[in-house]
Write a protein that binds this ligand. Structure first.
Ligand code: PA5
Length: 449
């Protein structure tokens, strides 16, 4: 079960942190926001209680496991949650293990960016005859996803491989190009619930299929999310981790701390910070309030990796502008550990000998947290006792709920993304898509050096 430690968000542990009076002043509005979010029953909550999604994955389990590799084709919310799950819950060298070492589960690859070097390298590595291609797009129309889809489809056709047997579409239940093709060609599909936005979709088939394919216990994942929701729904702020995170960020924002740094002390959890970055940025970065005023709201999410970024970012975090709230992710017990042997008697090195790498990593986290507190910089810890499916499910629910609360507190709609849609339309126009010729966008004046 995840634990949340807010000690260093508050005074006196962190000078300039939140004081009791400030905290008490927002408790009521946070409780009201909790109540509002619960009453609205957002789609990201409904999806984890809807048995049909897990059933739809179980129905195709045997077919999926008959392949050697899964290539997930999707971008943004149709990709980041699945990457976070795969990296957290499989060994970091998963794709280099044999099928036996993988207990029969699939290697997993992600075609996200349309960087030809990256895409070509992935396509070189897989054997299409042994590969299932999962084309994931809520809208069924995103250019990056559909470009990759066409490349894959023609690759399969050129090699004489049955496309219907090697493709699955994860998309809107009724609308969009992918749904039309699936209906015409009887390609297998999984549904993304109609009102569920991409960045909130990790606990739908978008994340569940890739997770199942690489051996994740998806039932435990959803159980974690459901149990977390019960805590998220508690209007007692001090007993509700999501409400506490929202309260801290809301108050810190009032003090000019507009940047949220998520810093896992774990390579396995680093992609989780990518998932969070999209959730926080796209949900809260909004031009208009719910009442139509221009507000240009938002908190800028930044990802950092402990201990690596202590040697890159920490100087700034400690002594630069006091504009950040730091969220550390800690793993109490890593899956593997390594003892540092004794090779020299010299005092400059012997203090490390006999300790483990995880002990060193933990001390680095504590050192960073305390140094930040000394400089009056607030932080909190999310503690993973181990990295497992249940706790990952909890994490997703807590941070989705926090994001919904923040949307409520900032009086913006956290579920739309007009800024993303505009850039999609301009791309369509530049690429010559029919009906997008008239899309208006700024032409730069020539200032090339
Ligand atoms: O959160 C969102 O809605 C977006 O980031 C989308 O996930 C992303 O743009 C991909 O869209 P789609 O799933 O429609 O291809």
């Amino acid at each position: 079960m995840l634990r949340f430690d807010f000690s260093f968000m508050f005074e006196p542990n962190t000078k300039g942190g939140i004081n009791e009076e400030e905290f008490n002043s927002v408790k009521q509005i946070i409780s009201k926001s909790v109540d509002r979010v619960v009453k609205n029953r957002p789609a990201f909550v409904s999806v984890v209680f809807d048995r049909s999604h897990i059933d739809s994955i179980e129905d195709i389990r045997q077919w999926v496991l008959s392949f050697d590799s899964l290539v997930v084709v999707g971008i943004g919310g149709s990709n980041l949650g699945a990457v976070a799950l795969a990296n957290a819950l499989t060994p970091l060298n998963w794709n280099h293990l044999s099928k036996q070492e993988r207990n029969g589960y699939l290697k997993i690859f992600f075609l996200e960016n349309v960087d030809p070097d990256q895409s070509a390298a992935i396509l070189d590595e897989i054997d299409p005859r042994k590969t299932l291609f999962n084309i994931v797009s809520k809208s069924g129309s995103t250019a990056e996803c559909l470009a990759h889809y066409q490349i894959i489809r023609s690759l399969l056709q050129l090699r004489g491989i049955n496309t219907t047997e090697h493709l699955i579409f994860t998309t809107d239940p009724t609308k969009g190009f992918l749904r039309r093709v699936a209906n015409q060609e009887k390609i297998r599909t999984l549904d993304i619930p109609e009102n569920l936005g991409g960045r909130f979709s990790v606990l739908s088939p978008v994340g569940l299929l890739p997770a199942m394919a690489c051996g994740v216990d998806i039932k435990a994942l959803l159980d974690g999310a459901k149990d977390a929701y019960l805590k998220c729904a508690d209007i007692n702020v001090e007993k509700n981790p999501a409400a506490m995170i929202a309260a801290c960020h809301y108050l810190n924002k009032k003090k000019g701390r507009n940047i949220t740094v998520m810093m896992p002390y774990s390579n396995k959890l680093y992609s989780l910070a990518d998932w969070f970055r999209q959730l926080w940025a796209e949900s809260l970065g909004k031009k208009y309030s719910l009442t139509g005023e221009v507000v240009n709201e938002g908190l800028t999410p930044v990802k950092a990796l402990g201990a690596v970024d202590q040697h890159s970012q920490l100087q700034l975090y400690n002594e630069g502008p006091d504009d950040k709230t730091i969220i550390f992710l800690e793993v109490e017990k890593h899956e593997r550990d390594i003892l540092i042997p004794s090779t020299h008697k010299d005092d400059d090195i012997s203090y490390l000998s006999g300790k483990t790498l995880s002990t060193l990593l933990k001390s680095e986290l504590t050192g960073t947290e305390r140094a930040l507190a000394n400089n009056g910089r607030p932080s909190m810890r999310v503690v993973f006792p181990t990295i497992n499916a249940y706790d990952m499910g909890q994490f997703f629910m807590y941070f989705e709920f926090t994001t919904a609360l923040m949307g409520n507190l900032l009086n913006i709609n956290p579920y739309d993304q007009p800024g993303v849609e505009l850039s999609k339309k301009i791309t369509y126009s530049l690429m010559g898509r029919k009906n997008y010729e008239e899309t208006e966008f700024a032409e730069p004046s020539k200032k090339v050096v």
